[in-house]
Design a protein around this ligand. Structure first.
Ligand SMILES: Nc1nc2c(ncn2[C@@H]2O[C@@H]3COP(=O)(O)O[C@H]4[C@@H](O)[C@H](n5cnc6c(=O)[nH]c(N)nc65)O[C@@H]4COP(=O)(O)O[C@H]3[C@H]2O)c(=O)[nH]1
Length: 543
């Protein structure tokens, strides 16, 4: 389009008519104002004219209205053409219809800021909104809260039913949770099974607790997923501005620390951030770094606790128990580092090392003519869930030359119950290797009988929590008796741990439990002391 210096249209081309819908004779002599969509104010045009006067050029986005009434975005490039006396004679207007580009850009922007599965904002958009909300909160009197929410044991759903079912659950759960929120709240999916909620304009932290409670309740009814009925719970950590942090990074970090505590304290619950949590988290990080270094530096030892026949004291084997000899902390017991190793996945290399050390040690005793009995090694859930424990065991047995019947693996009942199908497959592969399998801490994991019958295990281990109470504590005694009867009826061996007194030994024997381990016989011993114990034992029984 060409106009004169007073912006009167002199000529337009064919493309102009195509974009605007006006024929040439309809526009000649008019000023381009009639094309405007009424979106821009008068300052906008003043700015354009100012720039034209100064530099003779202007470029930018404008909104025009077609003859049909439709508003369309255009990219306009405007240049002034000067005459011989340097006065502007004409303006040349070149514009392009950019509706398609704008549409694509809007779509791309949406994709970049949303999670395709649930259609919720993603982490990027959540962070932007949180930052804006903090700006607003700093100017006002209201507080705001960040809730971080994690679906408990979601991985098991994926493992047991497959990813399509897991995805369906995620989007259904997201829908239910979103229906508990106000329009002005933001809920985002910020990771696989992690969600974040931003509550703005709240009077106090209690409002956040009410929302957290609603979210937990919303998930409580069962989900029907492709014919499968499933339950899911969530843990939530809450951080409130300004008390728990003034920046988005700090609020997110502190909500995460609170989430961690909610998970540790039984899940399906929420926790507010407290200052000590950061100290705990820092301590955890220090401990994790120390643990990684300890694995690299081989700072672990395996100790052995004899297992015996309760009737005659005959030795049958030993439980291998890991100890960490830390240069700074001294000898660290497993309950101080195994939970962290499980959380961080470090249990996989650590567990493999313990297994290798125990098998190599047992084989070396055998080579020396010392009978080590069956060595039982603890296996933690993540070693089965995330590692290939059957392949590891096969490789370690091949490397160390220990015959499989000398090895027993102890797997906790709690883990098996958490993902029965996955555990079943692994246990079957392990059993095929010819090793023994026992269920540790039996009686604490609510096994259902139907599953128990299907498990390829040899032995149940009665948790020391029950043994401690017998015979005085009626509940502990009843459970112990029931576990022994159950094991017998299914043809499993049963062994008790934590046997400290002769009274306990007699009770167990009377009820039909023939094997045990505990301080009554021996504490766990380091390998040299256990070797001595084995030699003394062999001499005693040779007599
Ligand atoms: N009060 C009392 N306690 C007794 C008695 N007899 C044995 N104990 C202790 O009871 C624990 C038995 O092991 P656990 O239940 O498998 O419980 C183990 C096991 O769950 C875990 N653990 C130990 N070593 C490993 C390992 O190599 N891998 C994994 N994943 N876990 C391990 O750490 C837990 C604690 O191990 P420890 O501190 O060595 O504690 C051992 C043992 O020292 C007794 O008569 N009275």
């Amino acid at each position: 389009m060409i106009t004169d210096a007073d912006l009167r249209i002199l000529s337009v081309n064919h493309a102009f008519s195509q974009i605007t819908g006006y024929a040439e004779d309809e526009v000649i002599g008019c000023t381009p104002e009639f094309l405007g969509a009424g979106v821009h104010d008068k300052h906008f045009f003043r700015r354009i004219l100012g720039e034209l006067e100064g530099s003779g050029r202007w470029q930018g986005d404008v909104w025009n209205r077609r003859k049909s009434g439709e508003v369309c975005p255009e990219w306009l490039s405007l240049s002034a053409v000067e005459g011989a006396d340097s006065a502007v004679e004409n303006y040349i207007w070149v514009f392009a219809d950019v509706s398609d580009i704008k549409r694509t850009r809007t779509k791309l922007e949406y994709i970049a800021h949303h999670d395709p599965l649930t259609d919720l904002p993603n982490r990027l958009l959540f962070n932007t909104r949180l930052k804006h909300a903090l700006d607003r909160a700093q100017r006002g009197v209201n507080q705001l809260a960040v809730l971080l929410l994690d679906l408990d044991r979601f991985k098991n759903i994926n493992d047991s039913f497959g990813h399509p079912v897991g995805d369906l659950l995620l989007s259904m759960a997201a829908g239910r949770m979103q229906s508990c929120l106000r329009r002005e709240d933001t809920m985002a999916r910020i990771g696989g099974d992690e969600f974040a909620v931003l509550l703005e304009g709240i009077d106090d932290g209690k409002a956040a607790a009410r929302v957290a409670d609603k979210l937990i309740q919303a998930l409580a009814p069962s989900f029907r997923l492709k014919g499968v009925e499933t339950f899911i719970t969530a843990s939530i950590g809450i951080a409130v501005y300004p008390l728990d942090g003034q920046t988005s990074t700090k609020l997110m970090r502190n909500a995460d620390a609170a989430l961690f505590v909610a998970k540790g304290e039984g899940r399906n619950t929420f926790r507010y951030y407290r200052r000590e949590m950061t100290a705990d988290a820092r301590e955890r990080l220090t401990m994790e770094a120390a643990l990684r270094r300890a694995i690299d530096n081989d700072e672990f030892e395996v100790w052995y606790q004899p297992q015996v026949n309760l009737n005659n004291g005959r030795f049958i084997g030993a439980e291998a128990l890991v100890r960490w000899r830390d240069p700074a902390r001294g000898l660290v017991p497993p309950n101080r580092f195994i939970p962290l190793a499980e959380e961080t996945g470090l249990i996989i290399p650590l567990g493999e090392r313990v297994l290798r050390m125990a098998c190599a040690q047992a084989e070396s005793w055998r080579a020396m003519g010392i009978y080590p009995g069956r060595i039982s090694v603890n296996v933690a859930g993540p070693q089965i869930e995330r590692g290939d424990i059957a392949a590891t065991v096969q490789q370690v047995l091949a490397e160390t030359l220990l015959p499989p019947p000398y090895l027993e693996l102890e797997i906790t009942e709690g883990f098996i119950m958490r993902s029965v199908e996955a555990a079943l497959q692994t246990l079957e592969r392990l059993k095929e290797l010819g090793i023994w399998i026992s269920i540790d801490d039996f009686g604490t994991g609510y096994s259902s009988l139907s599953y128990l019958k299907r498990l390829p295990v040899d032995q149940l281990k009665i948790d020391q929590g029950f043994v401690r109470g017998i015979p005085q504590d009626a509940d502990a005694a009843a459970i112990t008796t029931a576990v022994i009867a159950l094991a017998q009826s299914m043809g499993y061996m049963v062994i008790a741990e934590g046997v400290e007194s002769d009274e306990q030994r007699r009770f167990l024997l009377d009820e039909g439990c023939r094997y045990g381990q505990g301080f009554l016989y021996s504490k766990p011993l380091d390998s040299a002391a256990f070797e001595e114990w084995l030699n003394r034992y062999a001499k005693h029984y040779a007599r």
